[in-house]
Design a protein around this ligand. Structure first.
Ligand SMILES: [Zn+2]
Length: 166
């Protein structure tokens, strides 16, 4: 429904990875790395499963991209991610020298590509990234809100069940 290779087209692909995160009981955030109109890497949140606070979607995708291109610089790549990167991931993107970042929903709590700070276009850092934000933002944020709503309901139901048993 979106033109092939458009930002929306690729964001749909990132959203599919967010669904995989959710299937693992993780916060649904997904990312892909695109080079020459091909997906060369993907990632989704795995922090809970892997007991690893660094296992964010962007981190997983960038690590995989590096292995794929056999280079730690991602000069001609674009990272698509459903949620604005945190400070750790935004810092990682600067280190990777990635050309473009495209994200969906803004993150007012930890977003470091413009919301609470901007590491992606910091004039004192040695690399600035071309950032496009808000691509399919409503779909991306709705997925997150639905997840948290469901999780709150599950916690509430579990508490109720525990009370009933005692
Ligand atoms: Zn992150």
């Amino acid at each position: 429904m979106y033109p092939e290779f458009s930002d929306e087209y690729w964001m749909i692909e990132a959203l599919k990875r967010a669904d995989v995160a959710e299937q693992h009981g993780e916060i649904p955030v997904g990312a892909i790395v695109v080079k020459d109109n091909q997906i060369i890497a993907e990632g989704y949140n795995l922090s809970i499963t892997q007991h690893d606070p660094s296992a964010h979607a962007e981190m997983m995708a960038i690590r995989q991209a590096g292995k794929h291109i056999e280079n730690y610089r991602m000069l001609d790549c674009t990272l698509y991610v459903t949620l604005e990167p945190c400070s750790m991931c935004a810092g990682l993107l600067v280190h990777s020298r990635i050309k473009r970042l495209v994200f969906g929903a803004h993150d007012e709590k930890t977003g470091s590509a413009g919301s609470i700070m901007d590491l992606t276009r910091h004039e004192k850092l040695n690399h600035q990234i071309d950032v496009t934000s808000g691509v399919l933002a409503e779909v991306c944020s709705e997925k997150l809100s639905a997840f948290f709503k469901k999780r709150r309901a599950e916690i509430k139901a579990a508490k109720k069940a525990a009370k009933g048993e005692s």
